[in-house]
Design a protein around this ligand. Structure first.
Ligand SMILES: [Zn+2]
Length: 231
């Protein structure tokens, strides 16, 4: 079992290069993982490839949603064992024109932080592909985020950042499609209801993910995706 006594980031969204509020990252030691801690974590989850029955079982396998994340990514994410009680998904914009998980990671390491504060970054075609979903160490190692600026939402919120400044423009259709697919996956995997899919501004005084972010349309599309998946 991995030693969870590593220092982890507690607080605060990323400033400057990533655009969200907050200026500092407090570091604390995480409590050692308790025995049987996993028992209540994994919600019932059926990979897309097995919807309607395991391949080869003779059962009809349901078609994948057009918004579904790539199968290879889904497989990678599903290999990560949940080690944290994820209760929220918090959506951010970077507030910058350019970026990727790597560039944010470098920028924040240079400030003495552990690295990029988000669990996922969705590219805009500048330093990663448009709509590309990058998974950061915080998801792979199941470390709390440093994105929300509020402890509850860092501890229990999965941070997704779309590269771009959505006070100045809107996310591309490819970014929204990836956001819908990823959010839906994480909801199913972690048992997170749509009411707990939040914008950063819902948990802290900030305009993140930007005044032009099409929040109502996103939530409507996500609702449809959730309904489609459970049908
Ligand atoms: Zn934010």
């Amino acid at each position: 079992m991995r030693d969870l006594s590593v220092a982890v980031a507690v607080m605060i969204c990323l400033a400057g290069a990533v655009g969200c509020n907050g200026q500092k990252e407090t570091v604390k030691t995480e409590k050692p993982e308790r025995k049987n801690y996993h028992k209540y974590l994994d919600a019932p989850y059926v990979p897309d490839s097995q919807r309607g029955g395991k391949p080869g079982s003779g059962a009809k396998v349901a078609p994948r949603s057009p918004n579904a994340i790539p199968i290879a990514l889904e497989d990678d994410l599903t290999k990560v064992r949940l080690r944290r009680r994820w209760k929220y998904i918090v959506v951010h914009h970077s507030g910058t024109d350019k970026g990727s998980a790597g560039s944010f990671n470098n920028a924040h390491k240079q400030r003495g932080w552990l690295g990029v504060g988000y669990h996922f970054v969705i590219g805009n075609g500048t330093l990663s592909k448009e709509g590309e979903i990058e998974t950061t160490f915080r998801w792979n190692e199941q470390i709390q985020g440093a994105h929300a600026g509020v402890e509850e939402y860092n501890e229990h919120g999965i941070g997704i950042c779309l590269v771009g400044d959505f006070n100045a423009g809107v996310p591309s259709p490819a970014q929204i499609k990836s956001l819908i697919g990823l959010t839906n996956y994480l909801q199913r995997r972690c048992g997170i209801p749509i009411t707990q899919v939040l914008g950063h501004r819902d948990v802290k005084q900030t305009d993140c993910p930007g005044q032009l972010f099409p929040w109502a349309e996103f939530k409507r599309a996500l609702q449809q995706e959730n309904a489609w998946r459970s049908s």
